[in-house]
Design a protein around this ligand. Structure first.
Ligand SMILES: O=C(O)[C@H]1O[C@H](OP(=O)(O)OP(=O)(O)OC[C@H]2O[C@@H](n3ccc(=O)[nH]c3=O)[C@H](O)[C@@H]2O)[C@H](O)[C@@H](O)[C@@H]1O
Length: 445
């Protein structure tokens, strides 16, 4: 940035005296200074007394000749230059990108508790969407630094205010998040917690506004340590719906669940930050509930988005977020049962595969058996055939041997002929048809 050179200070006016300046003297001095420094210091609050005093001082310096007037002027002006530089710096500050919204679509939105963890993300979302956002917070747990990146933006305003006190401001929508949220915080001052949620909510409802609160169903101990928060939220919700029914105030209720993400308090005391902290410190994670509980957690950016979409939702009920949670649970159950189904399908597939394999093995062995049976049958058939052949050949053989017509040996076969029960002479054997028991010449006894 270039250093701007200021014009020299005007010559000191003729001072009537060295004491406190009169009103007309002040006015004259102011005019002189403003006419000389127009455009450079007109935004700065230059105390006229100080200037007057400096002039008096300078006159005495001039008179005493201790210092050159120019250097004294420089000394006075340098801090002013510094202020100008700071102002210029703030004009050139970079903001996150913001959408342009037409006059018709742009809303004036109040966020109570907007400097808190969830509220600051909601602020980011609505600012980036192009709305005009006013954050009201008493900084009980919220931090200015959560929204500092918007300070100075023409669409943004930050007001330090306690919602227990009435606030008169014209807006189109109110997101009412102001409340101590974490157990150590809301138990720290239970009466204040109740007041914030009841009187604070009433204050937000009373003019003609559209607050957004959160709560949950359930059996609440009305005198327990958490009652200030639980009952405070329940009354807040009841009030919202009473105003909706009786006064026609448009109401949306988002029941926020365990939110986690950037800007969350390390010692928030709720389950997500507890787990993260314990994990980071290498400690075992503490589960305080004995029974199995289903708890929904969501990232703060999606909490902000959902809160806005709840506000835009046309149905004025709290069920939206609640049913999302139910859906989440039923989705989880569905996922579990799908997983179980998948496992059992896989098991079924495996057993089917095993069965298929064993069926295949069985088929193969049946086939092998069939083949071997076939082979067996074939060989049986062959055997049968060969038996048949054998029988035929035996028959043929029988035919060609014994000759029943002869009642004698069949000479053609040179074999024994049963009909004769004797040797056949043609074979040089005993033949009963011959003389004597033995055939001559054979030397048979
Ligand atoms: O989870 C939830 O149920 C809570 O979520 C958010 O709370 P969260 O952002 O987590 O908590 P904080 O960071 O403590 O934000 C609360 C804001 O309200 C502000 N506050 C608190 C108390 C009060 O009296 N006035 C007030 O403006 C705090 O300074 C702070 O900026 C909501 O702001 C709560 O209303 C809600 O109960």
């Amino acid at each position: 940035m270039s250093r701007r050179t200021l014009p020299p200070l005007p010559a000191p006016p003729e001072l009537a005296h060295d004491g406190v300046p009169s009103a007309s003297e002040k006015q004259a001095t102011r005019r002189t200074v403003h006419s000389q420094y127009k455009g450079s210091v007109q935004h700065l609050d230059i105390g006229v007394e100080a200037v007057w005093g400096n002039f008096v001082n300078m006159r005495s310096i001039q008179e005493n000749g201790e210092l050159k007037i120019e250097s004294k002027i420089e000394e006075i002006i340098e801090p002013l230059r510094e202020k100008i530089r700071d102002l210029e710096k703030s004009f050139t500050q970079k903001y996150p990108p913001v959408k342009f919204l037409s006059e018709k679509d742009r809303k004036r939105i109040l966020i109570t508790g907007g400097a808190g963890f969830v509220g600051s993300h909601l602020t980011d979302k609505l600012m980036m969407d192009g709305h005009e956002v006013t954050v009201v917070d008493n900084f009980f747990t919220g931090r200015k630094r959560n929204v500092e990146h918007w300070i100075g933006h023409e669409n943004f305003e930050l007001i330090n205010h306690d919602v227990v006190e009435p606030l008169y401001i014209e807006v189109d929508q109110i997101y009412h998040l102001a409340s101590p949220a974490s157990p150590p915080n809301y138990m720290y001052n239970p009466i204040k917690t109740l007041k914030t949620n009841t009187i604070g909510t009433l204050n937000m409802l009373d003019p003609e506004v559209h607050p957004q609160s959160e709560d949950y169903w359930g059996h609440v101990n009305p005198i327990g340590p958490r009652a200030c928060y639980d009952e405070g939220k329940r009354v807040a919700e009841t009030m919202c719906y009473a105003y909706m029914k009786q006064e026609g105030v448009e109401v949306r209720v988002a029941r926020i669940f365990n939110t986690f993400g950037p800007r969350m308090h390390m010692n928030d005391g709720r389950v997500v930050s507890n787990f993260i902290l314990q994990a980071l410190q290498g400690e075992p994670l503490t589960v305080s509930t004995a029974q199995q509980t289903v708890s929904t957690a969501q990232h703060t950016v999606s909490t902000a988005q959902q809160t806005v979409s709840t506000a835009q939702h046309t149905v004025s009920t709290a069920q939206h977020t609640a049913s999302t949670a139910q859906q989440t649970v039923s989705t989880a159950q569905h996922t579990v049962s799908t997983a179980q189904h998948t496992v059992s399908t896989a098991q079924h597939t495996v057993s089917t595969a095993q069965q298929t394999v064993s069926t295949a093995q069985h088929t193969v062995s049946t086939a092998q058996h069939t083949v071997s049976t076939a082979q067996h049958t074939a060989s049986t058939a062959q055997q049968t055939v060969s038996t048949a052949q054998h029988t035929v050949s035996t028959a043929q053989h029988t035919d060609s041997e014994y000759c029943p017509a002869d009642s004698e040996y069949c000479p053609a076969h040179s074999e024994y002929c049963p009909a004769h029960s004797e040797y056949c002479p043609a074979h040089s054997e005993y033949c009963p048809a011959d003389d004597g028991p033995f055939a001559p010449g054979l030397n048979v006894p």
